[in-house]
Design a protein. Structure first.
Lengths: 384, 379
């Protein structure tokens, strides 16, 4: 066993931390309250310059070729300051990895460079639909071949980064007669494609600086070569990528949880009640001890999943475990942090209020934790 | 043992429920988004007696019991926690101290306007360095020229923005600790009172949470509430009763979120069937319901003890702790059952999740409730 990071991983972690502290933290509260999106997009551009938009992408395609552990570390550090930026970073890397895994040489050359360089402010994954949430194989958006084009119809919801994404990885039904999940293909649709409309932006509990929108396809025509990977196997070819996405979201939650507890622990050492610092009370000490222990355990689960992923080992179960455990630990950490700050923690004068709202969705998106439990159980039971 | 509500209590609960469905539920989301309870709604609630539920009729109240008051706050909070605390802080913290510690003259002077909703009540206890530690209050009072002169500041004053009638706590000498505290009935529209800011909060956004400064505020000698130096006792007894109000609010939030989650789980289909057909969902609902019912019994028992004139300090601490943690748990699960939709403001559970959190903090943090309970167990 070796729990040390490599020199390169340490440098990436330190770079992300420094950037988060200097550039992201000062703007995060304002962006949460509806601040200027230009600042948000500007930060994404700077992250691309630092090479963070393609950490798992080969250098040939403009990536940093640093691996899944480095990506996890970077997302955690970014999320400590701004979860909205972190989720955008996570989704960009996810889409890039899906394209790298399944794309043709032309697709990789065309899209990966633009995602990695920041020429595209973001990339989006368009899977969820009103009736296809946890039941993601129930997608009803259709893609029909017409000559040298595909014609897309239907709508998607909850699409992260939609208004500023350069490219969308869209899952659509290409064979209605196939068994469920076996007739779905993935397409790369460029922003501005005729017939693609970006719908209303959702007003959310947290991660408010990141846009979440509906997409609708109304006879949206895309070229034949927009198909990503094999016809009718979009769902299976995306599975590996989605496992990576789970590590990303677990890492994001870890960052929020750490930020909340770091703030609350420091606060408890300053705040006096009953003539002494509240950190001297056992009740507060236990909250701190419990939360840091859970967050450390979450970190180890995520690191183990990421290490397996970057060395090409099976990591379906580990990624689900890391996502589930880290997101729940982060929510408990935020809960404790708000509690330690008392009434102050409920106001927006202190960042823990935002952390608590931002953390909530992590047990929901990228596969609800209920689905993670199904995956974990399935992986365990299939080997018996 | 008899777990039935009386006929009167049932009638009251049902009529409040009707009112809430028609008048509050449709605008609860707007109240949250606009950070404001519309005056027309306040007027309607005043007309129905929501602001003086258990105050005797001779002081302008509805003359109901504490159980009916708990039912009122619970039903309102099922749809709108901001209105739940609006009523609860007004009644338990603004009116109650006058009813219990005031002179007949004070009661006749202040309670009718409070019960009629012409003045909104609040308590001015918390300060920046006196949260859980009430004895740390630094706002001072002294006698001067036939008045009390009050100087200092307060934070987190629920309902403060209405500038109605406040029960203000101040010390004659900080060195005396809790023995130096006295309570005063204060008109918050007086000169010398200024609002420093309104907090922007995670939840219960429809209620005002204000910070005040008092600069040579003149209070008539006749506005001292109870005995001089008796403020600590007034604060503790008031918070004791107030916990039932907050517990009822938390219970309402939990019950409301449970109902919405149950409905949604029957409608929402995934994998070809309603999600309530999945055992993991069924178990969630079972646990949520069991916890709501447990909290309900705790809250109703504390209210019954108050009505029966029994000592209910441990029960009120336990019901506040239990109901608020139930609200946090049930709203968390309700959001989870709604999936992505639960994170969107178009769905009521998003607001309920944010609203629930404060019930574990205000009216004495749950850490303070645990201290109250364990002290009583070990004394």
């Amino acid at each position: 066993m070796n729990f040390e990071l490599t020199e390169e991983q340490k440098i990436i972690q330190a770079t992300a931390r420094e950037f988060a502290e200097k550039e992201l933290a000062p703007a995060a509260a304002d962006l949460d309250r509806g601040g200027d999106r230009k600042i948000f997009l500007g930060n994404l551009a700077k992250l691309a310059e630092l090479g963070f938009m393609g950490l798992g992408i080969k250098a040939d395609y403009g990536g940093a070729e640093a691996g899944s552990v480095a990506l996890s570390l970077a997302i955690t550090e970014i999320a400590r300051a701004c979860a909205s930026t972190a989720v955008t970073l996570a989704v960009n890397n996810l889409v890039a990895e899906i394209i790298q895994a399944a794309g043709s040489e032309d697709q990789k050359k065309k899209y990966l460079r633009d995602i990695c360089s920041g020429a595209y402010p973001a990339a989006s994954l368009a899977l969820t639909e009103p009736c296809a949430g946890s039941d993601s194989a129930a997608v009803a958006v259709t893609a029909v071949r017409d000559g040298e084009e595909w014609v897309l119809n239907g709508s998607k919801i909850f699409i992260t980064s939609a208004p500023y994404a350069g490219v969308f990885a869209v899952f659509a039904l290409t064979d209605k007669t196939a068994l469920k999940g076996k007739g779905i293909s993935c397409f790369l649709v460029e922003a501005g494609a005729k017939g693609l409309t970006i719908g209303k932006e959702e007003h959310k509990m947290g991660q408010r600086a990141s846009a979440t929108n509906e997409l609708s396809f109304d006879n949206c025509r895309i070229p034949a070569d927009a198909l990503l990977g094999k016809l009718n196997s979009g769902f299976t070819s995306a599975a590996e990528g989605l496992a990576g996405g789970r590590i990303n979201i677990g890492s994001l939650a870890l960052g929020i949880g750490l930020a909340a507890m770091d703030y609350a622990a420091a606060y408890s050492a300053e705040r006096a009640q009953f003539g002494k610092k509240i950190s001297s009370f056992e009740a507060i000490q236990w909250m701190i001890a419990d939360s840091y222990t859970e967050l450390e355990a979450a970190r180890l689960l995520l690191m183990s999943a990421a290490a397996k992923r970057e060395t090409g080992k099976s990591h379906m179960k580990e990624a689900a475990m890391g996502k589930m455990f880290a997101t729940e630990a982060a929510n408990r950490a935020c809960y404790n942090a708000v509690q330690i700050l008392g009434g102050y923690g409920y106001t927006d004068q202190y960042p823990v209020e935002r952390y608590a709202r931002d953390a909530r969705v992590t047990t929901i998106y990228e596969g609800t934790n209920e689905i993670q439990r199904l995956i974990i159980a399935r992986e365990i039971l299939k080997s018996i | 043992m008899n777990f039935e509500l009386t006929q009167d209590q049932k009638i009251l609960r049902d009529s409040v429920r009707d009112f809430v469905e028609k008048e509050i539920k449709p605008i609860a989301s707007r109240i949250d988004q606009e950070h404001k309870i519309p005056q027309e709604l306040t007027d309607k609630m005043a007309e129905l007696g929501f602001f003086g539920s258990y105050i005797p009729e001779k002081y302008g109240g509805a003359g109901l019991d504490a159980m009916s008051y708990a039912l009122l706050v619970e039903e309102v909070s099922k749809a709108c926690a901001s209105n739940g605390v609006f009523i609860s802080a007004h009644t338990s913290l603004g009116c109650d101290p006058i009813l219990h510690f005031g002179t007949e003259e004070q009661k006749l002077k202040y309670l009718p306007d409070l019960c009629a909703g012409k003045k909104i009540g609040c308590i001015l206890l918390t300060e920046s360095d006196a949260g859980s530690d009430v004895a740390g209050i630094a706002t001072t009072y002294k006698r001067k020229d036939g008045h009390f002169l009050i100087n200092g500041s307060k934070i987190f004053i629920t309902n403060g923005g209405s500038r109605g009638t406040g029960i203000l706590f101040a010390t004659s000498d900080r060195a005396l600790g809790h023995k130096g505290l006295s309570a005063f009935i204060v008109d918050l529209s007086s000169p010398g009172v200024s609002i420093l800011k309104e907090e922007n909060k995670m939840g219960i956004r429809g209620t005002s949470t204000a910070a005040f400064a008092f600069d040579d505020l003149k209070v008539p000698l006749g506005n001292l509430l109870g005995a001089e130096g008796g403020g600590f006792k007034i604060a503790m007894e008031t918070l004791n009763g107030g916990r039932i109000g907050i517990a009822a609010q938390a219970l309402g939030i939990a019950g409301g979120a449970f109902e919405r989650a149950r409905e949604y789980s029957k409608q929402r289909k995934q994998f070809g069937k309603p999600i309530c057909a999945f055992q993991s969902l069924q178990f969630k609902l079972a646990e949520m319901y069991a916890r709501v019912e447990t909290a309900k019994l705790m809250v109703y028992k504390a209210a019954w003890m108050k009505d029966s004139k029994l000592n209910y300090s441990v029960e009120s601490a336990m019901c506040k702790m239990c109901a608020s943690e139930t609200a946090a748990y049930v709203t968390k699960e309700a959001v989870q059952i709604h999936g992505g939709y639960g994170f969107i403001v178009d769905y009521e559970v998003e607001r309920m999740y944010r609203d629930a959190k404060i019930t574990e903090i205000y009216e004495g943090t749950n850490e303070m409730q645990r201290i109250v309970i364990s002290k009583a167990l070990l004394s």
